[in-house]
Ligand binder design. Structure first.
Ligand code: FDA
Length: 398
């Protein structure tokens, strides 16, 4: 049986539910469609089950896009404070964890229940699980063919997200629709993802898996430069932790990361200045600043003897050792890919969309929101803020 609505939202994740609720509460008839059996799985698993639902300090500078100005309009019209006001209405308790990152006190389920309730207030209808076979436009109507029948809609909002974590239902649906309607794309790639190194060069570091330490990491140059001061984690296959997840979104294959393993200390200077009075060996001296297992391994990898006395070293050698620690230059061979990536960089080219409404310029009535669009936030609640803000922008205009 054919159903006709004002708005069909495809993808009932963060952006899709927000958009459907806003459009529904404006009096539009809205149908929310998702192929998953379980609702909003990404919200559920986010932030270790507590959902880092926004960042109180979010600004457009926290987002990557080929057009960094695109996100400004939606972000300024729906701010972290707006989302907090909504949370307050539902009495959902939250706390700040680190650098403006806000998490639920109890569970990410609270956010899902809130969005469901907001959809109910807008009388949003649901089709879930439901597979969309085709979306076509004839005259002023979109015709959506699904395994549960045909849907006619005046507007369609694509909110099916990116490619990250296929295991929980991520698909390339948005990109296929973009291709069908001849919309430009920015090549998608995994973001906020652990980085890997070739097996041979990583072998000496494998025993260090599990060691974490605060570092500074940078990559790229000028406008494309990324710099973060966060924790780094050694893994069996490479590097992870917030510092690496953040920098991964800026990293270009074939280029190095520069990591300062002891940001607070100029190691060469400290070693040389303390040399004459030092009775320590190199291993013990470095263990003042680095975890001792890392200090020992570091000396071996860089051709130093852990038991060599600092006092016996030449300044040139100490400078070399200091540089290796304060400016570790290392080229990843890749990343852990979409299996582990928190987000997908790239997506629908923002030049195809109105920044006010998220509607495509070429196909009136067709919108893209959330992670499907070439707007990607840093780690720390920014991606949900973009999902809410772009969802509201579309919901207010459909
Ligand atoms: P989202 O992925 O949420 O929703 C897409 C929906 O579309 C899904 O319900 C899916 O089932 C559906 N769908 C896909 N293909 C379809 C098809 N072909 N037909 C029908 N339906 C389809 N961000 C943040 O700000 N703070 C955090 O704490 C975290 N934590 C986090 C942890 C992990 C493990 C991951 C993988 C990601 C995060 N993120 C995050 C990122 C955040 O989850 C993500 O950016 C948003 O969920 C994106 O919202 P969207 O609504 O665009 O897509």
């Amino acid at each position: 049986m054919t159903k006709q609505v004002d708005v069909a939202v495809i993808g009932a994740g963060a952006a899709g539910m927000m958009c459907a609720a806003v459009a529904g509460q404006r009096g539009k008839s809205v149908l929310l469609i998702d192929h998953a059996a379980k609702l909003a799985e990404k919200i559920r698993i986010s932030g270790g089950g507590r959902c880092n639902f926004t960042n109180i300090d979010a600004t457009p500078q926290n987002f990557l896009s080929q057009n960094p100005h695109f996100c400004k309009s939606a972000l300024s019209r729906y701010t972290p404070q707006d989302f907090l006001a909504l949370m307050k209405r539902y009495r959902i308790a939250y706390h700040e964890k680190h650098k403006g990152q806000l998490f639920c006190d109890d569970s990410a389920e609270d956010i899902i229940s809130m969005l469901k309730a907001e959809c109910a207030l807008g009388n949003v209808a649901w089709r879930m699980p439901c597979s969309v076979k085709a979306v076509n436009k004839s005259d002023d109507l979109f015709r959506i063919e699904t395994n549960t029948g045909e849907i006619l809609a005046s507007s369609v909002v694509i909110a099916t997200g990116g490619l990250s974590i296929p295991k929980i239902g991520a698909t390339d649906f948005a990109y296929r629709i973009a291709k069908q309607f001849d919309l430009k794309m920015v090549e998608p790639r995994p973001g906020l993802v652990p980085l890997t190194f070739d097996l041979a060069s990583w072998e000496p570091f494998v025993p260090l898996a599990g060691i974490a330490l605060p570092v500074e990491v940078e990559t790229g140059v000028k406008k494309a430069r990324g710099y973060f001061k966060e924790d780094l984690l050694f893994t069996h296959r490479g590097l992870s932790g917030p510092a690496i997840l953040q920098i991964s979104s800026f990293w270009e294959p074939g280029t190095p990361l520069i990591i300062n393993l002891v940001p607070e200390v100029d190691i060469a200077k400290a070693l040389i200045e303390g040399k004459s009075s030092s009775k320590k060996n190199l291993g013990n001296q470095l263990a003042q600043w680095l975890p001792s297992r890392l200090a020992d391994e570091w000396l071996i990898v860089n051709g130093f003897k852990s038991d060599a006395r600092v006092a016996d070293m030449q300044d040139k050698q100490l400078r070399q050792l200091g540089a290796s620690i304060n400016r570790w230059n290392i080229i990843p061979n890749g990343s852990e890919g979409y299996r582990k990536a928190e987000v997908t960089l790239g997506g629908i080219d923002t030049r195809e969309l109105s920044q006010q409404t998220m509607m495509t310029n070429k196909v009136p009535g067709l919108h893209f929101i959330g992670e499907s669009v070439d707007v990607t936030g840093w780690l720390g609640g920014y991606n949900f803020q973009w999902a809410w803000a772009s969802g509201v922008a579309a919901g207010q205009s459909v």
